[in-house]
Design a binder for this molecule. Structure first.
Ligand SMILES: [Ca+2]
Length: 391
């Protein structure tokens, strides 16, 4: 029988790499990753698209998705069940909860839609963007169709969205609009050009002081179109479609999180990010924490930032809503750095994001409840060395 010391030495020799680091990442005793040679403790590419019931990072950590509702999965318009992660080619989709105030979003033939000057509305006349035959034809000869009496808050931004496609041989101009009942005034009009391809059109409005109800739909005009998926939601930018059939319907927050072991003393993160809209209020977390600090967030469509709770470092980027952009930050000693394809900016680091060991990282939000990304994120890396997590 070998002495115990010799057995221990043989075990170490069999698992350690040439430089003393493990040759590949492995699960430590607490279930967290022991860093591999490149210091990467978390990696998630989100290469598999669709509705994922139990998403797992490339490095093995379970990713927890808490959403107390179904959701439409982005541009594919597939329906993801509660707690399923929606992943498309640009990555995992993270959005705030919203409510569609249009109660018959794909039944323009319903009496909820008020008709003016007798447009002809034919139910389920065409294949809709989601592949179902639920799009209605609205043939208006100097007519209008509106959902009336929608309760709204005053001094609040709203987004009206609807898919349109022409129902005759030439493009059709459709005045989509929102009307303020309280002051009998038009809040906004967007003359949408319906072509032979389904397009989702947006009209952004802000209710004035005193507003209580609005009507939304198509104003008087001469147009012959297929219409589907009308949505009126409170918020600074439109979000993914929420289908309704008789009552307002809500999509809950995408609260997405995972645990990592990464120290405050030194580390790095990187991700490819694409925003759904160029205009948004506040900040959009890429990788958030329970508190205010964030290793990586977006403060405008053209800027990436990091905030340690004391200092903010920001670096310009090309439009993050126009295409998926690689964003990165790193920290070590007294230096915090943010990098994009446009360059890098260094600033002071107070030495702590508050990264407990382990810490819960929120993907695309702060604490799963605010500062939502409103976009897609993929190719995430989190590491324990400031020199890694390359763009
Ligand atoms: Ca329909």
């Amino acid at each position: 029988m070998r002495p115990l010391a010799v057995v221990a030495a043989l075990l170490i020799a069999s698992t350690a790499g040439a430089a003393g680091f493990r040759a590949s990442a492995s699960l430590g005793p607490s279930g967290f990753r022991v860093p591999s040679g490149d210091g990467i403790v978390f990696r998630a590419s989100f290469a598999t698209t669709g509705c994922l019931a139990s998403p797992v990072a490339d490095t093995g950590q379970a990713i927890t998705v808490t959403r107390a509702s179904t959701r439409t999965c982005g541009s594919s318009l597939a329906t993801c069940q509660n707690n399923e992660l929606c992943v498309e080619s640009d990555g995992a989709l993270v959005e705030p909860g919203r409510t569609n105030l249009i109660v018959f979003s794909q039944a323009f033939d319903n009496a909820e839609w008020a008709l003016f000057n007798a447009p002809t509305v034919t139910a389920d006349a065409a294949v809709a963007p989601d592949g179902t035959t639920t799009a209605d034809q609205v043939n208006a000869g100097s007519a209008a169709i509106r959902d009336q009496g929608i309760a709204v808050a005053a001094s609040t931004a709203y987004q009206f969205t609807v898919w349109l496609k022409r129902a005759t041989g030439s493009n059709q101009t459709v005045p989509i609009y929102v009307f303020n009942d309280s002051s009998a005034s038009v809040l906004g009009t967007n003359n949408a050009t319906a072509t032979d391809t389904w397009q989702r059109f947006t009209l952004s409005v802000t209710t004035p002081v005193g507003a209580t109800t609005v009507q939304a739909g198509f104003n008087v005009g001469s147009y012959n179109v297929y219409a589907w998926g009308a949505q009126l939601e409170a918020g600074d930018a439109p979000t993914t479609y929420i289908a309704t059939a008789g009552t307002a319907a809500a999509r809950a927050n995408d609260a997405i999180s995972f645990p990592i072991n990464v120290p405050d003393s030194e580390g790095c993160v990187r991700a490819d990010v694409k925003l759904l809209a160029s205009a948004f209020a506040g900040t959009a977390r890429v990788l958030g924490l329970a508190g205010a600090p964030s290793m990586l967030y977006v403060s405008t469509d053209t800027q990436a930032s990091a905030n340690d709770g004391t200092n903010t470092v920001s670096q310009a980027a090309s439009s993050i809503s126009a295409a998926s952009r690689s964003l990165r930050s790193s920290w070590s000693g007294s230096t915090l750095l943010v990098q994009t394809a446009s360059g890098s900016t260094s600033g002071s680091y107070d030495g702590a994001f508050g990264l407990g060991l382990p810490v819960t990282v929120y993907l695309g939000s702060q604490n799963g409840s605010s500062n939502f990304l409103g976009g897609y994120v993929k190719n995430i890396k989190i590491g324990t060395r400031a020199s890694r997590c390359d763009l």
